[in-house]
Design a protein around this ligand. Structure first.
Ligand code: UDX
Length: 431
């Protein structure tokens, strides 16, 4: 099928390449000329394992191309809307400027019988508001939320857990099923719904994930004062199949471009709909999550005998999670900045996120590797659980630091190993 993908960020670039991989003829469209130029040359402007190779393969085969000119996609049968819906400045609600602009610009290009497929995460009610614009042009609208995780974007797009299709009559369902035939035929579950349910599936899923993380982090708060170990608690409760082990990793909590802004937008939308009480617990989820960042700074201060002023702090990780260069709402970066503002000399290392961090926070000092970041440090803070930090040897680090103090903000380092090498080892939610 001939298709366009409007918006070429994480979601759009991955979706465009994945659709080409499924055998379609795809044009990616974006207003950002630099992004389009990079993608046209087969390079991607962010870190996502496997994506650059996939883009390059299909740009070279001719199945995938990129443009800033929307009129070039007028003959497409399907148009995927993959633009961002960030948090509005100074508000909890989502900013729909880009979604409205994308659909508004697409409408004059639509040929009769075309299908517009919304993939952006939007407040419930958005699809119903946009549908008349699309149907007036003789086209149909489908709402098809995505659930991809950064770091696994290609895998999650080509082999999703489920495909959710929000429809309102017309030929949209038939068309989108043809587009995803390669995925559906392999047995991927499909859930067909109305628009509102499809929109809510996405925010409900992210709210549940955020709640699970904040639940275990709330238990970590209790463990800290009771002298218990949250990692063993999570292990033990996770064996109950009804609970499961996924998303029970206690630590610095969630960040990134999705979970934080999606739960806040949900709170705002529920308020508009008059059902704010139904999701008021999400405010707690957000608060618990933010408290972990403050607790991490407190632990660093405790280890430094009550004051961070004049101390040297080595920071391992600034990405919001490993296998990503994304620093949006990153707990690690926030901790690094707070520690610096408390008067410490901070040195940061991250395998992939330093270019983004340098742009956003040029006053922080960055180091070329983990050992350099920790040189002469009074305390080392492990904030993003990259695999390379897990394999750090306590003895190697001991040779460069000033004091053997480490705080594990992600609960993945082995306390026994570090303590055996003479380190004072502290962690969130553990004795
Ligand atoms: C998330 C959803 O998983 C995805 O389905 C949705 O489409 C977009 O938002 P992503 O933002 O890529 O994806 O990150 P995810 O892997 O879900 O992690 C989110 C955050 O939670 C990270 O900061 C991570 O470090 C943290 N996390 C995750 C925990 O603190 N503990 C856990 O047990 C799991």
């Amino acid at each position: 099928m001939r298709m366009s993908v409007v918006g070429t960020g994480y979601l759009g670039a991955t979706h465009a390449a994945a659709m080409a991989e499924l055998g379609h003829e795809v044009v990616g469209v974006d207003v950002d000329e630099r992004k389009i130029e990079a993608l046209s040359q087969g390079t991607i402007p962010f870190y996502e394992p496997g994506l650059a190779e996939l883009v390059r393969t299909h740009v070279e085969s001719g199945a995938l191309r990129f443009t800033t000119d929307l009129s070039e996609v007028a003959d497409a049968e399907l148009h995927f809307v993959c633009v961002g819906t960030p948090q509005k400045a100074g508000e909890l609600a989502a900013d729909l400027t880009y979604v409205d602009a994308a659909v508004g610009a697409l409408v004059p290009q639509l040929r009769p019988g075309a299908v517009v497929v919304g993939k952006s995460t939007v407040p419930v009610g958005t699809a119903a508001r946009l549908a008349p614009l699309v149907t007036r042009a003789g086209a149909d609208l489908v709402w098809n939320p995505e659930f991809l995780r950064e770091g696994f974007a290609v895998e999650d797009t080509l082999r999703p857990d489920r495909i959710v299709l929000g429809v309102d009559g017309g030929r949209g369902l038939e068309r989108i099923r043809s587009a995803y035939a390669g995925i559906l035929e392999s047995g991927t579950p499909e859930v067909v719904t109305d628009f509102a349910t499809a929109e809510l599936v996405k925010v409900a899923a992210n709210s549940f994930l955020a709640t699970k993380i904040s639940f275990i982090n709330a238990m970590a708060e209790v463990c800290e004062v009771a002298g218990a170990d949250v990692t063993l608690l999570a292990k033990a409760i996770g064996y109950d199949k009804r609970i499961g082990h996924g998303f029970l990793q206690a630590g610095l909590g969630f960040g990134g471009g999705c979970l934080p802004k999606d739960i806040r937008a949900f709170i705002a939308r529920a308020g508009e709909l008059g059902v704010d009480q139904a999701v008021s617990f999400l405010k707690n989820v957000d608060e618990i999550n933010l408290r972990r960042r403050a607790r991490m700074v407190d632990l660093a201060r405790e280890v430094c005998d009550g004051s961070l002023a004049g101390r040297r702090v080595g920071i391992l990780g600034v990405a919001f999670k490993p296998d990503s260069d994304d620093i949006r709402d990153s707990p690690a970066l926030e901790v690094a900045l707070t520690v610096q503002r408390s008067g410490a000399a901070v040195r940061v290392y991250d395998p992939e996120a330093m270019p983004n961090a340098k742009d956003a926070c040029p006053t922080v000092a960055y180091s070329p590797n983990a050992l350099e970041a920790c040189r002469d440090a009074d305390v080392v803070l492990h904030l993003t659980e990259w695999a390379e930090f897990r394999s750090l040897q306590p003895a190697d680090l001991a040779a460069v630091v000033s004091e053997r103090n480490i705080v594990d903000g992600r609960n993945v380092l082995d306390p026994a190993r570090w303590r055996a090498a003479g380190w004072q080892f502290r962690a969130l939610g553990r004795p």
